[in-house]
Design a protein around this ligand. Structure first.
Ligand code: ADP
Ligand code: TRP
Length: 323
């Protein structure tokens, strides 16, 4: 079974990205022939500064490697290093029905706000379908908001197979952990870059502490009984803590006599414990750009082998080349 997933290099990753998506990707890397890529072609729909894009790609590679993606187990590459994906995008575009793309949320949301969309944003899900179909992927770990794109991928792959009367493409399944679909941010709303309420995965300890101390809570005083279930600090703590630790902190909430400062300190300690080693690894890796470059180069070489095989199948099916 082939696992594949991609991450857009659009800036610093936050706890929502990690718990909602990246952690699941990395957990699945033990499947043989797992593939992970940095979706720089997708990022072109939002990042329009070349130096920023390049820096973002390097940073995304450092993030994934520091968080445990192991190039000895899984292949890591940059999307644009496998140019076959853009050719497959065109082949798929010719069988993609407009109405499928018109209901996709990134485009629909922009249109609803009266913002003009580029053809790149409109056809974004077709590039994503090509990412997935190009490698005969079976299982695609994603955050909840990406399920719609996997459905488009299945529709488009199926339509190509039907039109050309051949099983050219393998149809993938999404893999989502529903309970992690909405990690709250500093203000209690869904954590997101666009809401300015994020806690980044990689932060200097002082900065992390300051952010955690700024999480919004109700105004209950120290002695008052508190409800862990409605408190963002507790919801975030659950991401890091085992059941025993969760029960112990919940008990303190319910008993009264604990201020929110203490709960925030517990959250800070567990976040430091979880991400501290990755933070140090990332620093070390950042000082060794050649190693990272070699990993991505070797990843692209391996990915291209498979990509060329599948693209050839698709070209043959629709009657391209063959002279
Ligand atoms: P942002 O909303 O900050 O721009 P992205 O849209 O780039 O984040 O998200 C990248 C991935 O991280 C997606 O797969 C998405 O589902 C996941 N993700 C983002 N924010 C959260 C969150 N608050 N809770 C759970 N998953 C999230
Ligand atoms: N669209 C995905 C996101 O924003 C990133 C992505 C691009 C992707 N291509 C993919 C994820 C293929 C899984 C498979 O998170």
């Amino acid at each position: 079974m082939r696992v594949l997933s991609g991450i857009q290099p659009t800036g610093k990753i936050h706890w929502g990205n990690y718990f909602g998506a990246i952690r699941q990707y990395i957990e699945l890397q033990n499947h043989p022939a797992a593939l992970y890529f940095i979706a720089d072609l997708h990022a072109l729909t939002t990042v329009r500064n070349p130096a920023d894009l390049q820096a973002n790609v390097t940073n995304a590679a450092l993030d994934l490697l520091a968080l445990g993606l192991d190039p000895a187990k899984a292949t890591l590459y940059v999307q644009s290093d496998v140019p076959e994906v853009t050719e497959l995008t065109w082949l798929l575009m010719t069988v993609t029905q407009m109405h499928l793309l018109e209901k996709c949320h990134a485009y629909k949301d922009k249109k609803a706000k009266g913002i003009a969309a580029d053809a790149g944003l409109f056809t974004y899900p077709v590039l994503m379908a090509a990412d997935i179909l190009l490698y005969d992927s079976n299982l695609v770990p994603v955050g909840q908001d990406q399920i719609q794109h996997i459905e488009v991928t299945r529709d488009v792959g199926q339509r190509f197979n039907t039109i050309y009367e051949k099983e050219v493409f393998v149809l993938p399944e999404p893999y989502v952990v529903q309970s992690l679909a909405k990690v709250p941010g500093l203000d209690g709303e869904k954590m997101s870059k666009s809401y300015n309420n994020t806690i980044e995965v990689f932060m200097e300890p002082k900065q992390l502490r300051r952010k955690i101390m700024s999480i919004k809570t109700d105004s209950k005083g120290m002695e008052e009984v508190k409800d862990p279930e409605t408190c963002s600090v507790f919801t975030l703590y659950k991401l890091f803590a085992n059941e025993e630790q969760q029960a112990a902190l919940a008990e303190k909430y319910r008993a009264g006599g604990m201020g929110y400062g203490e709960a925030k300190q517990a959250l800070y300690d567990s976040a430091m414990e979880a991400f501290g080693p990755a933070f140090d690894r990332r620093k070390q890796l950042a000082e060794d750009p050649d190693t990272v470059r070699d990993i991505l180069k070797e990843g692209a070489r391996k990915a291209r082998e498979k990509a060329q095989e599948v693209l050839q199948r698709a070209r043959d099916a629709c009657g391209l080349g063959g002279r």
